[in-house]
Write a protein that binds this ligand. Structure first.
Ligand code: F6R
Length: 242
């Protein structure tokens, strides 16, 4: 992977946004893979600014979220459907019917992963996948121990992840125990990856993912196997790189 160390989240956001903007300019029907969480917010804000400045036309852009909480209905304010609507669809003015999240509720939930894989394949695959990384090395919600070839499926959230995400729920006990997430295989099929990470809390995970062995123990290490991955991190997140 190409590793770019930047000063701060704003600089990372402009850089990642310029990659997204370039893609959309050359292909107005770009299929974006969308991470939720705090990390990509400066990126989405910079793309939203480009849209307001009429520098890109996103009317043909499609999007696929990485993951969703299991058992959390889409209208819940902390469902990733709601988060993607608030943080991406509305600010960028994307067509909400062209932005998808895995379904975390409804009948035959065991089939939701295969349904999502079929939707992604039907869209022609993901052109550009935006990724964050968990403090335990997860990408999407592929927790340590995830198969490197995994498809979208239901997974248990690690206790560390539930603690990290307790800030979004009133009470740590309210954080869902399970999720439905794109797999490491799904992510590796995206044609380009942009992984972002900020802060000292991510330094160990970043070093393990970029410099350790490719292993299901550190799911983020799969970026090493991708032929077109860009990693954009701040100095704190880069602080334990060799
Ligand atoms: C979000 C996701 C997660 C986050 C990761 C980092 O869709 O799949 O892998 O990217 O947990 O979260 P933040 O950015 O909140 O530190």
């Amino acid at each position: 992977a190409e590793i770019i160390i930047v000063r701060d989240q704003a600089e990372a956001g402009s850089l990642a946004a310029s990659i997204i903007i370039g893609k959309i300019s050359s292909n107005p029907a770009t299929v974006l893979g969308l991470a939720t969480g705090s990390t990509p917010l400066s990126t989405y804000a910079a793309v939203a600014q480009a849209v307001r400045d009429h520098r890109i036309d996103v009317s043909g852009v499609r999007g696929f979220a990485l993951d969703e909480y299991l058992g959390v209905p889409p209208q819940h304010p902390e469902s990733y459907r709601s988060v993607i609507t608030r943080e991406v669809v509305e600010p960028l003015g994307l067509n909400p019917d062209q932005v998808f999240t895995p379904r975390g509720t409804g009948e035959h939930i065991g089939q939701a992963g295969a349904e999502y894989e079929a939707l992604i394949a039907g869209a022609g695959g993901i052109d550009l996948q935006i990724l964050g990384i968990g403090s335990n090395g997860h990408i999407a919600f592929n927790e340590p121990g995830s198969s490197l070839a995994s498809p979208t499926r239901i997974k248990a959230l690690a206790e560390q992840t539930r603690r990290d995400n307790a800030r979004f729920f009133g009470n740590p006990d309210e954080v869902p125990t399970h999720c439905i997430t794109q797999g490491l295989g799904t992510i590796l099929r995206a044609r380009q990856l942009v992984l972002l990470a900020f802060g000292a809390n991510k330094a160990q995970a970043v070093a393990a993912a970029l410099e350790g062995p490719v292993s299901s123990v550190v799911p983020g290490s799969v970026v090493q196997q991708h032929p077109h991955a860009t990693v954009i991190i701040d100095e704190e997140a880069a602080s334990t790189l060799a």
